[in-house]
Design a protein around this ligand. Structure first.
Ligand SMILES: *Cc1c(COP(=O)(O)O)cnc(C)c1O
Length: 434
C-alpha cells in the first residue's frame, strides 16, 4: 500500500511545532515565544530569583482551569460550577500545609507583592509603623520602602546589615523594634546571601509585640528541601512566592497558624483580590507535589553546594563578595575594586550569555539605578543539571566578562557567549522544546 501523499509540513514531522495553535492564530507572538525559548536555552541564567518550571508545571498553568471564576474559598464560593476547582485548590492547600508543616495556607495571592499587601491589610491600619530591611541593604520594596504603597500608606522603619560584616545586627534590630514598636516586622529579602536567623527575629517580635512575617520568597525551595532552616516555629505569617527556588508558576502563598487563618483569608479575598487564577493554583499544586519528592531535597542541596563552590571560585579570582561568601543560593558581588559599575558589568555579561542583575551593595556609594554590585545565583543552572564541577568555568566566564566589560572588549564577550552556548546545549532546560 502506498502511503497517502501529504502536504509538506512547515516543521519536520519529528519536530512538530511546540505551539501549533498559537503559531496559526498569531505568528507574531508565536515567533516571540520561540525567540524567548531560544534565549532561555542558549544562555546561562544566573538571576537568583528565576528558575525553570518542570514540563508538568508548565502544562498545568496552560489549562482550561483558566476559564473559571472562583471568588471565595473551597465550599464557600460566589460562583457555581466549582465541583472541580474546589478540589484543585483544596489539594494545593493540603500540599502546602504538608510540605511546610503549617496549619493554614492560602494559595490565592497573585504574586509576592500582593501577598505582602494582604498581610498589611490583615494586621495593620494605614499610618501604622512597620519594620523591614532597607531595600538597598537587601530588603524588598514591600517591606515598607518609600516608593512602594507599603511605605506610602504605612510608616516604614528600616534596619540594615553591618558595614564591617555584611550581616544583620540583631542589637540594632532589637533597639529599633523596642523604640518604634512596629505592628509588623518583616524578615527576609532579595539580596541576602546568608541564613536568616528566624529565632532571633521571633524573640524580637515577641518582645516588641509585633507580628513577625517571614518573607521566604527567595528561599522557599531551600526550606522545602531542607537546605535552609524553617521559620515555622517562629513566624506568625510566612509569605512566599512560588516561582523562585520553589520552581512553581508565578504566584504566591501565605501560611500561618490556624489562629491567623481568618484574618489572612479575608485580607486576600475580598480585601484585596477578586477571582483566583485557577490555572496557577493547579500549577502550584503540581510544584508542591514535585517539591515533596526526595529528588527535590537533592536539588536544594545542590543549589547551595553550587553557590558555595561558585563563591569560592570567585573569591579565588579576587572578587569581593558581600558577607564574604554565601550560605544559600545567592551571591552578591561588590565590583568596586574592579572599577566596573554593576550596570556596565551586568549589561556586558548579558551580551556574553551570562544573565545576572545589577544590584546595590550595602552602603553603596552609587545610585540604585547604577549601583556597585551584581547579584548572581544558582537555582536555574542547578535545574539544568550543572554541578560543583562546572562552577570553576562559570566563575572564569564571569571574571573574563567583567574584565572585558572594563576595557569595552566586545570580541571577548562574543567568545564567552559561544562557549556558554556550547555548554548549555549539553544541559537542556526543563520545559523548553529541544
Ligand atoms: C520576589 C520577592 C517578592 C515579590 O514577588 P513578586 O512576585 O515579584 O511580586 C517579595 N518579597 C521578596 C523577599 C521577594 O524576593
Amino acid at each position: 500500500m502506498t502511503p497517502p501523499v501529504t502536504a509538506p509540513a512547515a516543521h519536520p514531522a519529528q519536530h512538530p511545532h511546540p505551539h501549533p495553535a498559537l503559531a496559526a492564530a498569531d505568528p507574531e507572538i508565536a515567533a516571540l515565544v520561540g525567540a524567548e525559548e531560544r534565549l532561555q536555552a542558549g544562555t546561562l541564567r544566573l538571576i537568583p530569583s528565576e528558575n525553570y518550571v518542570s514540563p508538568a508545571v508548565l502544562e498545568a498553568s496552560g489549562t482550561v482551569l483558566q476559564n473559571k471564576y472562583s471568588e471565595g474559598y473551597p465550599n464557600r464560593r460566589y460562583y457555581e460550577g466549582q465541583q472541580v476547582i474546589d478540589q484543585v485548590e483544596a489539594l494545593a492547600v493540603a500540599r502546602a500545609r504538608d510540605l511546610f508543616g503549617v496549619e493554614h495556607a492560602n494559595v490565592q495571592p497573585y504574586s509576592g507583592s500582593p501577598a505582602n499587601l494582604a498581610v498589611y491589610l490583615a494586621f495593620a491600619e494605614p499610618g501604622d509603623t512597620v519594620m523591614g530591611m532597607a531595600l538597598p541593604m537587601g530588603g524588598h520594596l514591600t517591606h515598607g520602602w518609600g516608593v512602594s504603597a507599603t511605605g506610602k500608606w504605612f510608616r516604614g522603619v528600616q534596619y540594615g546589615v553591618r558595614a564591617d560584616t555584611g550581616l544583620i545586627d540583631f542589637d540594632e534590630v532589637r533597639a529599633l523594634a523596642l523604640k518604634e514598636r512596629p505592628k509588623i516586622i518583616f524578615c527576609g529579602g532579595t539580596a541576602l546571601p546568608r541564613t536568616i536567623d528566624f529565632a532571633a527575629f521571633g524573640e524580637i517580635a515577641e518582645e516588641s509585640g509585633a507580628i513577625l512575617v517571614a518573607d521566604i520568597a527567595h528561599i522557599a525551595g531551600l526550606i522545602a528541601g531542607g537546605a535552609h532552616p524553617s521559620p515555622v516555629p517562629y513566624a506568625d505569617v510566612i509569605s512566599t512566592t512560588t516561582h523562585k527556588t520553589l520552581r512553581g508558576p508565578r504566584g504566591a502563598m501565605l501560611m500561618s497558624r490556624e489562629s491567623h487563618a481568618r484574618a489572612i483569608d479575608k485580607a486576600v479575598f475580598p480585601g484585596l483580590q477578586g477571582g483566583p487564577h485557577n490555572q496557577t493554583t493547579a500549577a502550584i499544586a503540581v510544584a508542591l507535589h514535585e517539591a515533596a519528592r526526595p529528588s527535590f531535597r537533592a536539588y536544594a542541596e545542590t543549589v547551595v553546594a553550587n553557590a558555595k563552590a561558585l563563591a569560592r571560585e570567585l573569591l579565588d579570582r579576587g572578587f569581593d563578595l558581600v558577607s564574604g561568601g554565601t550560605d544559600n543560593h545567592l551571591i552578591l558581588v561588590d565590583l568596586t575594586p574592579r572599577h566596573v559599575p554593576g550596570k556596565v558589568a551586568a549589561k556586558a555579561l548579558d551580551r556574553a550569555g551570562l544573565v545576572v542583575n545589577y544590584n546595590t551593595v550595602p552602603y553603596d556609594t552609587r545610585k540604585p539605578f547604577d549601583p556597585s554590585g551584581i547579584r548572581i545565583g544558582t537555582p536555574s543552572l542547578t535545574s539544568r543539571g550543572l554541578t560543583v564541577a562546572h562552577m570553576g568555568a562559570v566563575a572564569e566566564w564571569i571574571d573574563r566578562g567583567v574584565a572585558a566589560a572594563g576595557r569595552g572588549d566586545e570580541d571577548a564577550l562574543a567568545v564567552i557567549r559561544a562557549e556558554v552556548a556550547e555548554l548549555m546545549a549539553a544541559y537542556p532546560a526543563p520545559g523548553l522544546p529541544v
